[in-house]
Design a protein around this ligand. Structure first.
Ligand code: PLP
Length: 435
């Protein structure tokens, strides 16, 4: 039986998909092709590559064999037709948007997005004359109400922040498709190990590889994965279906079918925006994917143990982990995240900003910084850092209280993490009547 006939499991594909021993050198590990460009065999094949009549390496802003191995492995794990790597998660999102949107189009997006994504949508879209409506993602009616004649994309995260909102992917995808519109999902917090959004109808999946995929807090990168199943010739996307003036009249959807969006994303958008993933980072991300399922199991088990512990403490007002049995998202977790509801969540301390500062200052193992998805446990107090310029009213509109703490739980021993949090809680000075 050949490899083609067997459905390999997730762990096997994490290790093997997208790369085989190097044909020239026999190197078993993925080589880092640290090269800007590639020698053409002859003038004809060079022309065929540039005409996209044949697929071949030309220049590493557009494609690179190490980056390609990472792209193929990620696309395989997500169940997509293909993927394109980028220099960061936000570069990947920008490119995904640019490929399908034009001035005058409109996007409906979840309001519970990563802060950098909120800023990107609000300000970049205004400059480009793209309309935007943010909606509370929990209720399908909000999505329905946000859609207009001009809407060309729905966008949300599998697990949002800070509330841990779990998206009803199947329902939102069906609504999008009723309106001839794709659904794009940021799957950074879930990773393909916890959720394959395309299995539930998502058309495009974006990632910040910086987080769990890299897994060790070393490198910035991102990727766009496309299912290849959205019908770009439905009359609403001339930008993909019609001959492209930016690629000597090529009609991407007609020419490449399943790969039309991906080909345009790479050979036009990545070419023009230029935010390419470096081969060295692609090597680290491909290596990160090899251990993704092992790490995610420990991440989610630790996160649930920590959430359980925090739920029992007097200093803690509430714990917003979607995997807790009393979570408003319990039903969606059972459906979409049966292997665990991720490892990034918020909880709220009694005692406001001062309590938050005292708590974080007393921690030893947890690192106080602005990242998530590291093997190491991380903590941040939004009210005194990322959101410190906001008033208490503005914080609460963003779902962040003065005593909200965000944790990204690593792969250490859960008992040690709980020990550390215990001493952080003990360091909060009593404040008479608790608020
Ligand atoms: C970090 C992050 C991003 C942005 O990714 P960068 O690699 O920092 O550009 C987007 N979405 C989510 C959910 C993130 O956590």
């Amino acid at each position: 039986m050949s490899n083609d006939q067997r459905d390999f499991g997730f762990h096997t594909r994490s290790v093997h998909a997208g790369s085989r021993p190097d044909a020239t050198t026999g190197a078993r590990a993925l080589p880092i092709f640290q090269t800007s460009s590639y020698v053409f065999e002859d003038a004809e094949s060079a022309a065929a590559y540039f005409n996209l009549q044949e697929y071949g390496n030309t220049y590493s802003r557009i494609m690179n064999p190490t980056v390609a191995a990472f792209e193929e492995r990620l696309a395989n794990l997500e169940g997509g037709a293909g993927a394109v790597g980028f220099a960061s998660g936000l570069a990947a999102q920008s490119a995904a948007f640019f490929t399908l949107l034009e001035p005058g189009d409109h996007v409906v997006a979840s309001a519970a997005l990563y802060g950098g994504s909120v800023t990107q949508l609000k300000h970049l879209f205004r400059k480009l004359s793209i309309g935007l409506t943010f909606v509370d993602p929990d209720d399908l009616e909000n999505w329905r109400a946000g859609i207009t004649e001009q809407t060309k994309l729905l966008f949300a995260e599998t697990i949002g922040n800070p509330g841990g909102n779990v998206l009803d992917i199947e329902a939102v995808a069906a609504l999008a498709h009723d309106h001839g519109t794709p659904l794009m999902v940021d799957n950074t917090f879930a990773t393909p190990y916890l959720c394959r959004a395309m299995d539930w109808g998502a058309d495009i999946v974006v990632h910040s590889a910086t987080k769990f995929i890299g897994g060790h807090g070393t490198s910035i990168g991102g990727a766009v994965v496309d299912s290849g199943e959205f019908d770009w010739s439905n009359g609403r996307f001339p930008v993909i279906a019609n001959p492209s003036p930016a690629y000597h009249g090529l009609a991407f959807h007609e020419t490449f079918g399943t790969y039309g969006y991906l080909m345009k994303l790479r050979s036009e958008t990545l070419r023009d925006l230029g935010a390419a993933m470096s081969p060295f980072n692609a090597f680290l991300f491909a290596q990160g994917l090899e251990t993704l399922p092992l790490r995610m199991r420990q991440h989610v088990a630790n996160a649930l143990a920590v959430a359980d512990f925090l739920s029992t403490r007097d200093q803690v007002r509430s714990v917003r982990h979607p995997g807790l049995p009393n979570s408003p998202y319990a039903e969606r977790v059972a459906k979409y995240l049966p292997r665990g509801a991720g490892a990034v969540f918020c909880f709220d301390l009694h005692g406001g900003r001062d309590a938050g500062r005292e708590f974080i200052a007393a921690l030893n193992l947890f690192s106080h910084l602005a990242n998530v998805g590291d093997a190491k446990s991380l903590v941040i107090h939004p009210a005194s850092t990322t959101h410190r310029q906001l008033s208490d009213d503005e914080l609460s509109a963003a779902g962040i209280g003065p005593g909200t703490i965000r944790l990204s739980i690593g792969i250490e021993d859960a008992e040690d993490l709980i020990w550390d949090l215990e001493q952080g809680l003990a360091a909060i000075r009593p404040r008479g009547r608790q608020v």
